[in-house]
Design a protein around this ligand. Structure first.
Ligand code: SAM
Length: 487
């Protein structure tokens, strides 16, 4: 059956369009995100960080256009986003560089922009026309999300069979960027999507608008647009992960460990690293197992925890290592609680095999970097993490932070290291920094204590005559929280 061209009583560009667009550029839009969109976004974020070029097919329907784009651009990652489960269920087989995501575009665009995505190309093929004048605010160019849509950059291509939509879209772009894109009549030879095929077969004239948002002059302007909205979005609480919350709140966790949550922020930290209960997670040097107490029960049913623990073979193993590791093994022997945690000996540079190549989703390290700096093995650790991670897998690191204007002791005897050094080493070993978070920052820590970081909680190893209470009041150390992805 031939389809109809959208009928509208609106004859010309809506008189309130410019006012709407300007308002959206100036005011924050704080509508909460949907959990399913956030989870869907997190599921592709690592692939995006690892990709050189990203193409977004927004409102992809069944994903046929996504697949077509992926074949045309084999070097790019092509992501199709649609809110309709029904349409996505009819997706064709995907080539390796294509992903389909069920999400609300209003969420997905905001998250992508807030995460600093820069698109190569952005396709808006046949968005719902919303032809009634009263529906102006539902058309993408008059919607509050429009600044984020533009802020994603890329070569933006709109296609529609509703000429007024194309004209308004071009006009809204002109309001923001002082640029007047042309509305062109499109050839109907080789349809880019099912709706284009359907409309062409019905004899509709098709219209397109194309804008290169990656031009420097536009980038500068777009950077500041709707920034208040973005700041608000980033402050939103993390998506609910009931299992993680339950494990952290479990009264069987040792009480002295739970007391430290205020400093170690396990929920926010693990959520920031993108943990999921079905992941294979490698914890480097878990020590006494503070994080294992959370990771073990969390991964018990659907995932796998690998503990890369101290190597006890050899003559010079400190007694302290033997005692702590024995206590650790005794504790995790309760497999009902911890599941089947696999222990691998980890002793860089010699013992660095963390598991089969590309088998882990997430490698985690908490408060270890100073030890590797002292031993000169941080590059070996980086290579080991890189080898065990799947492409796009995440390396999450929390460690004591030395202010950049403090001189770094090559032996890191204070326990503090420069965040910039960690980033530089990992970036040169095949990782890309996705984001640095201040979740575990402590501005009260001046990082210049007599016994280094051990002067602070939880150790409070304070020299004779020093005021313990002064150190207790500081809390635990200032820490960087860095999320890297394997390229
Ligand atoms: C007219 S269809 C076009 C589909 C496809 N681009 C094509 O050309 O064949 C519009 C699509 O946009 C999707 N869509 C509309 N609003 C959306 C939203 N807020 N978030 C995600 N998808 C949306 C619909 O589910 C639908 O699949």
């Amino acid at each position: 059956m031939p389809s109809r061209i959208p009928a509208s009583s609106q004859r010309d560009i809506h008189p309130r369009l410019a006012e709407r667009v300007l308002g959206h550029c100036q005011h924050a839009w704080r509508q909460p995100l949907h959990d399913h969109s956030l989870l869907a976004f997190q599921a592709v974020a690592a692939d995006v960080a690892a990709a050189d070029q990203v193409i977004l097919d927004s409102g992809c329907g069944t994903g046929a256009s996504t697949v077509r784009l992926a074949h045309q651009h084999p070097d790019a990652l092509v992501i199709g986003v649609d809110k309709s489960v029904h349409r996505l269920a009819r997706a064709p087989d995907l080539p390796p560089n294509a992903r389909l995501v069920r999400a609300e575009l209003t969420d997905f665009w905001r998250l992508a922009r807030a995460s600093g995505w820069r698109l190569h190309r952005h396709c808006l093929f046949y968005p719902n026309p919303w032809p009634k004048p009263a529906h102006l605010g539902r058309r993408w160019h008059a919607h509050p999300v429009f600044p984020d849509l533009l802020g994603l950059g890329g070569r933006l291509e709109l296609r529609t069979n509703f000429q007024l939509y194309a004209r308004e879209f071009a006009s809204a772009v002109a309001v923001v960027l002082s640029l007047h894109p042309e509305v062109v009549s499109l050839p109907v030879a080789d349809a880019v999507s099912p709706f284009e095929r359907k409309y062409a077969a019905s004899g509709h004239e098709l219209f397109g608008v194309e804008i290169d948002l990656n031009q420097e002059k536009h980038r500068m302007k777009l950077q500041s647009l709707g920034m208040i909205a973005l700041a608000g979005l980033l402050a939103l609480p993390a998506v609910a992960d009931d299992r993680l919350q339950a494990v952290i709140a479990d009264s069987d966790r040792p009480a002295d460990q739970a007391d430290r949550d205020q400093f170690r922020n396990p929920f926010d930290t693990l959520t920031f690293f993108g943990i999921r209960p079905d992941m294979t997670v490698v914890e480097l040097s878990p020590g006494g197992g503070w994080y294992t107490e959370i990771l073990g029960p969390y991964l018990r049913d659907d995932g796998q925890l690998v503990a890369a623990h101290w190597n006890l073979d050899g003559d010079n193993v400190p007694d302290f290592y033997r005692r702590i590791r024995a206590e650790y093994e005794e504790r995790i022997a309760d497999t009902d609680r911890f599941g089947d945690i696999r222990i691998v000996p980890f002793d860089p540079p010699e013992l660095i095999d963390l598991g089969g190549p590309a088998t882990a989703d997430l490698v985690l390290s908490f408060r270890n970097v100073h030890g590797w700096k002292r031993a000169g093995t941080f590059r070996d650790v980086a290579r080991a993490a890189h080898a065990v991670l799947k492409p796009g897998g995440v390396f999450g690191i929390v460690s004591h932070r030395l202010p950049e204007n403090h001189e770094q002791d090559p032996e890191a005897r204070s326990g503090y290291v420069h965040q910039s050094w960690v980033i530089a080493v990992l970036e040169s070993e095949g990782f890309r920094l996705v984001e640095a978070s201040e979740i575990n920052a402590n501005p009260a820590d001046t990082a210049d204590h007599p016994n280094g970081v051990w002067s602070l909680l939880p150790g409070l190893r304070v020299p004779e005559g020093e005021d313990t209470e002064h150190f207790r009041a500081i809390g635990e150390s200032d820490r960087f929280t860095l999320k890297f992805v394997k390229r």
